[in-house]
Design a protein around this ligand. Structure first.
Ligand code: FE2
Length: 367
């Protein structure tokens, strides 16, 4: 890699913005159930007239929850169409103008032109481009800024308390795209964003008796950003990706995977606070030791919490998936702990997708 020029240097995920119907209540939900801390607020009190945003954080994970304050608002239209969903994946870059000009010259479509905003804490430069569906990437250059979040925001100190559950940083974010669109979007990440494909799964890897999907994992130059892209594949019944495309009304972010250093503690905390997870049958654990070999964790404890394990050439990983986080069966979270493994849990796909099918069955969408 060191001989290649990274055409789009990215320092990391800066924040993820969700458009939600009630940002204040959503912020309370994430704080009280997932251990986020209140960070910043922008709205009427900070001089905005038509929307408000609450920013919450846990270690390096930052979520921005935004709602419109007026009728017939573009954000309201977005929520009406997609439900509460991810609008923006913001990527921190050393040079926003260069990132914007470069990606546009390679075929990206502009969402917002480079804009410099400032307050007494310095300045930031932001610009945006479109990706799949109505999702966008915001480039953000903030080396000359030391305020709480961004110009336009003030510290937010609501009278509630929560303690972190050990969420550390975003490991990957998955996009669901439409039939035959996976290659269009992997090409976009390759050609426009300078990413490389690191893994590919076909429908033989990811299928159950009833449903199937395909996936390719794209990673940026320094490997910090990983975006798996899923598309549906033919099966006897409607797959989870098709269900997503129906309820989200098109392509969008399917899940946000967040890393922890102690998944047993993190999941115990999340379950105590009311987060619901997909559970696999107890039989999953019967042959676990044969499949993954020796691991540090107590298998009975993993079984109690429903945590899954997979091994690759480099080590193993532990992972678990929440049920959909909002009203629509669309966006969910994954919690992942990597112990050397750099893969995505291929050995768990079947057990997991059967668990998802049981949920689809209950929703009447496995048809
Ligand atoms: Fe994942």
């Amino acid at each position: 890699m060191h001989n290649e020029i990274d055409i789009l240097p990215i320092e990391g995920t800066d924040y993820v913005e969700l458009y939600v119907s009630n940002a204040k209540q959503a912020a309370y939900f994430y704080i009280l159930t997932m251990g986020f801390s209140p960070l910043a607020y922008g709205g009427l009190e900070t001089g905005w007239t038509d929307k408000e945003s609450y920013v919450i954080s846990q270690d390096k994970v930052r979520l921005v929850l935004t709602s419109p304050l007026t009728p017939h608002h573009v954000i309201g239209d977005h929520i009406s169409r997609h439900g509460d969903s991810v609008k923006a994946i913001a990527l921190r870059v050393p040079d926003t103008q260069a990132a914007y000009d470069g990606t546009l010259s390679r075929g990206a479509i502009s969402f917002s032109e480079p804009t410099r905003t400032e307050d007494k804490h310095g300045h930031v430069v932001q610009a945006g481009i479109h990706t799949y569906g109505e999702t966008v990437h915001i480039f953000i250059e903030r080396r000359n800024y030391n305020g709480i979040f961004l110009p336009g925001y003030q510290p937010w100190n609501p009278p509630i308390q929560s303690t972190p559950v050990g969420l550390r940083h975003i490991d990957h974010m998955v996009g669901n795209v439409g039939w035959n669109e996976m290659n269009t979007w992997t090409s976009f990440y390759e050609e426009v964003m300078g990413f490389k494909q690191i893994i590919s799964f076909d429908d033989k890897d990811i299928s159950t008796e009833y449903t199937a999907l395909m996936s390719k994992v794209m990673s940026n130059g320094n490997g910090r950003i990983k975006f798996p892209i899923n598309e549906p594949a033919e099966g006897k019944k409607k797959s989870q990706v098709e269900e997503y495309l129906h309820f989200h009304d098109g392509p969008g972010v399917q899940h946000i995977a967040v890393a922890t250093d102690d998944i047993v503690e993190t999941i115990s905390q999340l379950q105590d606070r009311g987060i619901e997870f997909l559970m696999v049958p107890d039989t999953y654990y019967d042959h676990l030791k044969q499949r993954v070999g020796v691991i540090d964790e107590d298998i009975q404890e993993l079984k109690k919490l429903g945590i899954l394990v997979d091994r690759d050439d480099e080590g193993y990983l532990l992972q678990i998936f929440t049920k959909p986080i909002g009203s629509r069966p669309t966006l969910f979270f994954e919690i992942i702990q990597r112990k050397g493994a750099t893969s995505f849990g291929k050995g768990n796909f079947r057990a997991l997708f059967e668990a998802i099918e049981r949920e689809q069955e209950l929703r009447g969408t496995l048809t």
